[in-house]
Ligand binder design. Structure first.
Ligand code: IVH
Length: 643
């Protein structure tokens, strides 16, 4: 197969993008995308290069490890290159890995060492005559940075080897990381001091190791686990990795206690599953597990490919973080009336599930993290924990974006009182604000318990107005089911849908008991409205408010028994109303039409049957004439209604 131009271009594009993110991650400690998104780019490039080997060039990021160097530290050349690991994401990938091992090693039993894959930074430590003499970062795998002074501040790492029998010159390799508790404390302190916080423990560890002033590193809660050797005299090397780790442990080098030997695919997978389950409870972040051939002789037979050894593989966990877009921030009312902001997200696969909602905790949190509607955000779901927004990427937001403003109290009240809802004459926004601020009401139901003496305590409300308000409140008790449903403020349930639901269910109880499928079966109710209705009636706070409203005397006349919609005189007829009618308001005209089975729409189209025309009709009447639709004057309309 020859390389297509598209493949060539895509590979070039991917290499540029990967190089950019490599620098952000490794050199600047400021990643712009999640690890999973980075892995996806790398995987795509690997696949392309596999399909078209002509594409493979020596400078491809697939044949290099890590990023560039930070010039502040002196460079050191590794005695042996520090390799990276190939990644596996599925059971099939692990089966392939075993197959490859068996092909090369034959039928002898293969023992692997299974280890947690710590999410920190690889370092190389050199001990001469038992003394720690040099420490370096991985850098690009060939050359790293000399960070000896900083490594010497980490309490876990012995300056001098204990026990006896160590070779005169040895290099060990392992991961420097920041345990979660220390990370949390560090960020809390940074926050209190008004300093920049770290995105995650890995970045915090990286930032801490790159300090020019070792006294800063010393303050940072860093730990270390050794996972192998670098340059090591062959005569001193035991025959197995597991034995080497034991030996190093005896000399005082920290070795992760979670390490196990496994001898099968199932063994690998159960180690993986077990650790994934315990992942949230571990004291440190891990992003997967590593399986390594135990016998060094077998490793020699397997060798390495460009950037990774054939004798080891990293089995990655589903990413706990993923990038997506924040569509909107909804405010949910809790049982006690407390307001909680909830993020609505473009669906994203994270932590092994598809996430569409995430908690934002409270207004302060949104402000602190500077999260805005429309932002690219990092969603985090660790274990069974509720998904949350870890951070936003403000660099990518449009200049027009505005900070989120949290309503100070339940936004439903204003809507509830409005004319087309429960219609409480004289209860304006200012008055509602006063009532809420003075805690005289908490929910709309409390409005019906207001008394003259309570109202007399309010500013700018005379006795007369107060009497009028109480009268209006009393009058509003007698409402209609469509109005009541609209007044509840269910998301996406406007006037029309309120009426539709009332017509369909005829009573509140049946609507409240309806499941998703029943709701979706109603013409004009889509899955999203259906879900909002269901969710609304599942929230204890809402049920409580409804109960209180009814207890406080809100009622409506039962809807009359009526024949099925198809048998009504205007069934299937589509109306548009335009201009001012003499005997009806617009709402009344609509109600009259729908009561007889007709449907009212707002714009004229070929499907329109009648255009009811009042005084000063607008362009709708002209359009109706163009389309050859009959105009219905008010008398004709009344005639039609009377049948
Ligand atoms: S072995 C040639 N073991 O993962 C094999 N690496 O993606 C070298 N890592 O650079 C690595 N835990 O920073 C190995 N138990 C473990 C590890 C581990 C974390 C990191 C290490 C390495 C990277 C490769």
């Amino acid at each position: 197969m020859t390389v297509s131009n598209a493949a060539l271009e895509r590979a070039a594009e991917l290499r540029l993008e990967i190089a950019f993110h490599n620098r952000q991650y490794h050199t600047l400690d400021d990643p712009k995308i999640s690890d999973a998104a980075f892995d996806a780019l790398m995987q795509e490039l690997l696949r392309l290069e596999e399909e078209f080997p002509e594409l493979l060039i020596a400078t491809s990021p697939t044949s290099k490890v890590g990023g560039g160097l930070n010039k502040a530290f002196s460079e050191v050349r590794h005695e042996r290159p520090m390799l990276s690991l190939e990644n596996a994401f599925s059971r099939e990938d692990i089966e392939d890995f075993w197959r490859r091992l068996q092909q090369k090693l034959g039928d002898d039993e293969i023992t692997l060492v299974a280890e947690p894959k710590l999410d920190g930074l690889a370092v190389s430590l050199i001990y001469d005559d038992g003394h720690l003499v040099r420490a370096a970062t991985r850098g690009d795998g060939e050359t790293g940075e000399d960070i000896t002074n900083n490594i010497l501040t980490i309490g876990d790492i012995p300056h001098q080897l204990g026990g006896a029998g160590w070779p005169a010159h040895l290099e060990i390799r392992g991961e420097v990381f920041m345990p979660r508790a220390g990370f949390k404390r560090l960020n809390e302190r940074a926050l209190a001091a008004g300093e920049k916080t770290f995105a995650n423990p890995r970045n915090a560890a990286a930032g801490s190791l790159r300090q020019i002033d070792s006294r800063v590193t010393q303050e940072r809660p860093l730990s270390f686990y050794c996972y192998g050797q670098g340059a090591y005299p062959s005569e001193a090397l035991p025959s197995r990795h597991s034995q080497l780790l034991e030996e190093l442990r005896r000399w005082g080098i920290p070795i992760n206690p979670e390490i196990l030997l496994v001898t099968s695919i199932e063994g690998c997978l159960s180690f993986y599953e077990d650790l994934m389950k315990r992942r949230p409870d571990l004291a440190y972040d891990i992003d997967g597990v590593v399986y390594k051939v135990d016998l060094f002789a077998d490793r020699d037979r397997l060798g390495s490919i460009a950037r990774a050894p054939r004798w080891a593989i990293a089995h990655k966990f589903p990413a706990e973080e993923a990038l997506t877009r924040l569509i909107s921030i909804d405010v949910q009312v809790g049982r006690t009336g407390a307001l909680t902001p909830v993020a609505r997200l473009e669906p994203v696969f994270v932590g092994g599930v598809t996430v569409t909602n995430a908690t934002l905790h409270n207004a302060e949190e949104i402000q602190r993290k500077d999260i805005r509607v429309g932002d690219q955000v990092v969603v985090r779901r660790a274990g069974d924990v509720i998904p949350e927004i870890a951070r936003s990427l403000p660099d990518q937001r449009p200049p027009s974006s505005i900070p989120f403003e949290m309503p100070s109290h339940c936004p439903i009240c204003r809507h509830f009182a409005s004319r087309k809802a429960i219609d409480i004459d004289g209860l304006g926004e200012k008055l509602i604000d006063q009532l809420l601020e003075r805690h005289l009401i908490e929910t709309v139901a409390d409005l019906y318990q207001l008394t003259p003496s309570v109202l007399s305590t309010l500013d700018r409300l005379g006795e007369k107005s107060s009497q009028n308000l109480l009268k209006a409140l009393d009058k509003s008790r007698h409402t209609t089911l469509p109005r009541f449903l609209f007044a509840l403020g269910i998301r996406e349930v406007g006037e029309v849908t309120g009426r539709l639901l009332a017509e369909h269910f005829r009573n509140l109880e049946d609507l409240m008991a309806a499941d998703q499928a029943t709701l979706e079966a109603i013409p004009d109710i889509g899955p999203s409205v259906a879900r909002h209705i269901m969710t609304f009636f599942q929230q204890p706070h809402n049920l409580e408010v409804i109960r209180k409203l009814l207890d406080n005397g809100v009622f409506w006349d039962p809807l009359p028994e009526r024949p099925p919609i198809e048998e009504l005189p205007l069934a299937g007829k589509i109306f548009v109303v335009t201009g001012t009618l003499e005997h009806f308001t617009r709402d009344q005209a609509s109600e009259a039409i729908t009561a007889l089975g007709g449907k009212v729409t707002s714009s004229v189209s070929k499907k329109t049957d009648y255009v009811v025309t009042g005084r000063d009709p607008g362009s709708k009447a002209t359009k109706a004439l163009d389309l050859g639709i009959d105009l219905l004057q008010e008398e004709d309309f009344i005639h039609l209604l009377k049948g």
